[in-house]
Design a protein around this ligand. Sequence first.
Ligand SMILES: *Cc1c(COP(=O)(O)O)cnc(C)c1O
Length: 353
Amino acid sequence: MEMNPRIIKNIRKVDPYVPGEQPQHRVIKLNTNENPYPPAPGVERALREIDTDRFRLYPDPSANVLVSALAEHYGVSTDQVFAGVGSDDVLSMCFLTFFNSGKPILFPDITYSFYKVWAELYRIPYECPKLDENFRIVKEDYYRENGGVIVPNPNAPTAIYEELGFVEDIIAHNPDVVVIVDEAYIDFAGRSAVELIDRYDNLIVVQTFSKARSMAGMRIGYAISNPALIRYLNDVKYSFNSYTMNQTSIACGTEAVKDRAYFEKTTEKIVETREWAKEELRKLGFEFPDSRANFIFARHPRYDAGELFEILKKQDIYVRHWDSKRIRQYLRITVGTREEMEQLFSALKAYIR
Ligand SMILES: *Cc1c(COP(=O)(O)O)cnc(C)c1O
């Protein structure tokens, strides 16, 4: 059917975020920064105890048990926590709620590509200060008039972590706008900006269950801030869809937060594997910024990244590659189990001489 162009004219057009591939057959999956370990054992227990009769009812719109568990874990009050369907949902709500000045918001040119998609979707003007030649954020680029700031720490896909004082400088130089710190990978890295929450009324920290808590499939994310900003965020959420998080995610997420020991143990294992993997990559001649996340952003001076990507994929080893300026020669490799990484290295060794 020929579409009437006047209809098309009024449709909102967006270049959507392109998620990493999710192959349905068994592969060594090092392409979307998922955790190679299962979630905490309590999650399986919670799942077995789910009362399906309750599926008749709407879930708790405030996800109160989950919010309380998170508040206790981080030593904040429950009115300082907002829960959403993955941090993508939380971040999107934050854009909608906090970035309304009409002035451009700021985020790095190389970063999580969803930021640009939301800015376009919500028609928020934006500017993207360039990372320096070592892929570091230049904090002074954020010391100017703007409509808000979002910085991930560690940044993705570079995996570079900036010390807390660096992030604090950006927050302190932007007292009139909201600064979102996206800490999807903070548990693999260092000190979190959560400890600055009581000192800065413009700070909101966003984290996720998808990486260090092994629950990407359950879609749980959260924000921690002061009660005023959390209230504004909830007002927007309740104007949009009150029942965002399903009962099962709420129950399973709560169990995952409660098991601090398991979380620390698996996170530590990934950090250990990462440090070993850095050594192995170096021996093969790869170059990469020092990673403090659960992935490594690496290039080989003598081998084309697109080619390496295809060669690995043929052997059912999936990593991530973007055919875009400045990062075309890089692969983003998620840290899997030691065994998965050994298979990756043996595939690379067969090719790299
Ligand atoms: C993975 C990731 C997210 C989103 O995670 P969810 O699965 O939606 O919780 C957000 N920001 C960054 C930088 C990420 O890498």
